[in-house]
Design a protein around this ligand. Structure first.
Ligand code: 3HC
Length: 717
């Protein structure tokens, strides 16, 4: 037995099995074997009447070790869970913290379940493109009913202890020391027979029986979601099986389905996405997030769409926030915007009126700079005008307390410009949110030349406290996220000039897995938004390639959904995009005016034109040290741009095509279309080694002078 991951002691006739794999006790090799051996030993020991299964530290078990998927396992959770249930002496699960996936499945096989008030229970496998494989799809419905089980398995959500008790998922909430409490319960039930085996229960509950169509309803709901994944359909099929076949047959079916999914492309991509996001949170030079130094109060300068969204994000996270606006009218509009966002959530039953009041109470309107000076962080979120921003940062420098984070939500302006407007450039960084700021999970933390590591670490921790994925980038035009997406936008506009149509391109991207096509998204945010930026760029750069089609549409007054016409037309307040012959005409006119030949495009060519352009740019970003790692770009695309998660991310997807094939195509387009397709040296390097783009890291970098050196050159094993 591996003593490092599992230990055993006997306390007053109760055998206590403790699993240990910090930080979250994921089921590492040796743990399942240890459970089987120790349950057997306890059964054979006349000095033991009952058993407690628990986790060391603050967690029970957060599930199977995700790194072990795809590798051969000597013992599966199915077997160790079966060993627990077959024990002739009662086994009590004593759960604290995370009790997820394979962890919950072991608890389901126990004869009694106890949790602390801090326990979080769930079966999150669906988020990894798999289904529970330790008997969870069969025991959970038997314990809490098919309807509740379907909800938990299909959403992957976590239930707190109170809800778990109400569902019948646990028997008791522990008070005082968890293991002592559980051992007391184990002694109390030691002699009770027959043992309560979850497998022996029926999955039909009265409520379910009243609704025999629950499985059909789940199937229909899943069909409406149009998920590209297999796992939800299999999960429904398995819960249906729990209602109709015996537990052994159900578990055998679960095993078959799991074996099929474990190494599927979608599961591999989702596992990669999980770790890409975890890695993106790591900042070289910071061993761990600074403790006890978090942002406990914040201010937002600007109450427009972004400012009010950011204020909501703080209020939702339980952090008091002040919203500063220049005029009482603007402040009133900002507060109204916030209220209407909350009202919409109440209408959709995502919030109660009492919760709304609680959150509104955390948002304090402010009209003077002096009144925000005591906040731990301030985020400027006003128009993208350099003079305005410099003025604001000058004022913030005067009023903000020492040590406060001075952050900007700018998506375009060099952080160094704002830093120079203060006497504390080390405290200035970007905190770039994505619209809608209270929904989108990406928070791009942008480092200026002088930003200190401490500022970066604290700003990233602030993003995480808001429930966001914080990813660090260096200051450059568009930073890392928007800069890597900009070539996609350019190509989609230029494809039009060559004969593709917006609805064709949107369909290709939706078939790929985006929830909306890029032109429909552009209609939502407004075509006018980028018009001024393009004009500025054209004025500054004589080589700038103008995008004639969107420019013409804006000049015709087609600004998108807000005025009923953009790339599509919209009728009677309906948000359905409808193809519009006017747009066909504009495209045809422009092609004729500029003498651009028209042709047909395959779906694959469209997809590759859009995404290869961004892959090439992402390589340049990493090469220039504006992102620590290529996988950070994936974390950004997944959380800022709705990139389909089951495709892993931009660079992961690129690796599925292969760097050499992408380089070959980029070189061909470079010859045909000119410098915008110049291949990145990093792309060429990785292609030459037939390596993986997603594993590329920035070279020893000037990313931040204070950072410890990166691993040398590009790791592309
Ligand atoms: N396997 C391997 N590593 C894991 C892990 C897992 N299941 N869960 C967490 N970790 C690692 C993280 O990668 C991270 O490592 P790092 O410090 O080296 O970056 C560390 O544990 C701490 O994790 P977080 O930073 O995510 O800590 P949080 O407190 O923010 O979140 C958590 C904790 C909610 C447990 C979150 O990590 C999580 O969601 N983990 C995945 C849980 C899961 O999906 N479990 C089901 C696995 S599949 C399964 O059980 C199959 C079964 O049916 C047989």
């Amino acid at each position: 037995m591996n003593d490092e991951v599992v230990s055993y002691e006997i306390r007053e006739r109760v055998g206590i099995i403790t699993l240990r794999n910090p930080p979250v006790n994921a089921l590492a090799p040796g743990m399942r074997e240890g459970i089987i051996d120790l349950v057997k030993a306890a059964n054979e020991d006349p000095a033991v009447d009952a058993i407690v299964l628990t986790g060391a530290g603050r967690n029970f078990i957060a599930g199977a070790d995700i790194r072990q998927f795809g590798k051969t396992r000597a013992v599966t959770s199915r077997t160790s869970a079966a060993a627990i249930e077959a024990s002739e002496k009662p086994v009590v699960a004593a759960m604290d913290g995370y009790c997820l996936g394979g962890g919950l499945e072991h608890a389901l096989a126990c004869h009694h379940r106890i949790a602390t008030p801090a326990a979080r229970l769930g079966l999150p496998e669906i988020k990894l493109g798999i289904i529970p494989a330790g008997g969870g799809t069969q025991r959970l419905p038997r314990l809490i009913g098919a309807a509740a089980a379907l909800d938990m398995i299909l959403s992957g959500r976590q239930a707190g202890a109170d809800e778990a008790l109400a569902l019948g998922l646990i028997d008791e909430i522990a008070t005082g020391d968890l293991v002592a409490f559980a051992a007391g319960v184990a002694r109390r039930i030691a002699l009770e027979r027959p043992l309560r085996k979850t497998s022996a229960l029926t999955a039909w509950r009265t409520a379910d029986r009243e609704k025999p169509e629950i499985i059909e309803m789940a199937r229909q709901a899943a069909a409406r979601k149009k998920s590209p994944l297999k796992a939800p359909g299999y999960a429904i099929e398995l819960v249906a099986a729990s209602l109709s076949v015996d537990v052994d047959a159900g578990i055998a079916l679960e095993h078959d389905r799991f074996s099929e999914l474990e190494d599927s492309d979608e599961a591999k991509a989702l596992r990669y996405a999980f770790f890409a996001e975890k890695t993106a949170g790591k900042i070289p030079g910071i061993a761990k997030p600074p403790a006890g130094d978090g942002v406990r109060s914040a201010a937002v300068v600007g109450g427009g769409t972004m400012g009010s969204g950011i204020a909501i994000a703080f209020a939702d996270a339980g952090i008091p926030v002040k919203m500063l606006e220049a005029t009482p009218e603007a402040l009133k509009r900002g507060m109204e915007r916030i209220r209407s966002t909350y009202d919409a959530r109440i209408r959709r039953k995502r919030l109660t009126p009492a919760q709304m009041q609680e959150r509104l109470a955390r948002i304090e309107p402010a009209s003077r700079y002096e009144s925000i000076g005591d906040c731990d962080a301030v985020i400027e979120a006003v128009f993208e005008r350099v003079d305005l921003k410099m003025d604001i940062f000058g004022k913030l420098d005067v009023v903000m307390k020492p040590g406060a984070l001075l952050l900007t939500n700018s998506s375009a302006i060099d952080i160094n410009v704002m830093a120079r407007a203060t006497k504390r450039p080390g405290s200035v960084a970007g905190a770039h949110f994505f619209a809608p700021a209270n929904v989108m999970k990406l928070c791009e933390i942008v480092a200026g030349d002088a930003t200190t590591i401490d500022t970066l670490g604290r700003a990233a921790a602030m993003g995480r406290a808001l429930g966001k994925i914080s990813v660090v980038a260096g200051s450059c035009d568009g930073f890392a996220a928007n800069r890597s997406r900009a070539p996609l936008v350019t190509e989609m506009m230029l494809l039009l000039e060559e004969g593709a149509l917006p609805w064709q391109i949107d369909k290709v991207m939706m078939d790929f897995g985006y929830p909306m096509g890029p032109f429909a998204v552009s209609d939502l945010s407004g075509l006018d938004v980028s018009y001024d930026t393009r004009k500025r760029r054209a004025a500054a750069d004589p080589d700038y390639r103008k995008l004639h089609v969107p420019d013409r549409l804006v000049e015709m007054g087609r600004h998108g959904q807000k005025n009923g016409a953009g790339w599509y037309r919209y009728e009677n307040n309906d948000r359905t995009p409808r193809p519009d012959a006017v747009v066909n005409q504009v495209i045809a006119d422009i092609a004729r005016e500029f003498g651009i030949p028209q042709r047909e495009f395959t779906d694959e060519e469209i997809l590759h034109r859009l995404l290869f352009a961004s892959v090439n740019e992402a390589c340049k970003i990493v090469d220039e040290g504006k992102s620590f790692r290529a996988s950070d770009i994936d974390a950004m695309w997944l959380n800022g741009f709705g990139f389909p998660r089951h495709r892993g991310g931009l660079m992961y997807w690129a690796d599925c095509i292969g760097a050499p094939a992408i380089l070959y195509q980029v070189q061909a387009w470079h010859e045909r279309y000119g410098k915008r397709w110049k291949p990145s040296p990093l792309l060429a390097l990785v292609a030459g080694e037939n390596g993986r783009l997603r594993e590329a890291v920035a070279p020893e970098t000037a990313f931040l002078p204070a950072l410890v050196p990166q691993p040398s050159t590009h790791a592309t094993k």
